[in-house]
Design a protein around this ligand. Sequence first.
Ligand code: 5GP
Length: 112
Amino acid sequence: MTIFEKIIAREIPADIVHEDALCLAFRDIQPHAPSHLLVIPKKAIPRIAEAAAEDKELLGHLFLVASRVAEKEGIAKSGYRIVVNCGADGGETVPHLHIHILGGRPLAWPPG
Ligand code: 5GP
């Protein structure tokens, strides 16, 4: 069971900002920006590379929720970045699909 599944099951605490039947959004424990939130599906998809065609609607839902969460967080006007790390070179550390939402300061590009 990954740490994110434990958060979904309420076995470990998290600062949850949104929950619905399909997903959960909460604050990253080690924020890299004034606002750093994660949106995760309740379904245990390890990473985007392993999403299936049947996950199409769920994936769309996660992006829409990310947009709503950013709006609620007050960073929609100033702008923000959505990141999905996949695999070792992508910087993935938790093998449960998650969308990072980063905002509240200007973000450099390209990423390191
Ligand atoms: P990744 O590196 O896999 O793209 O992102 C995983 C993210 O999960 C990291 O930004 C890390 O700080 C965050 N994270 C890891 N463990 C926990 C935890 O127990 N609680 C919360 N809220 N975030 C976590």
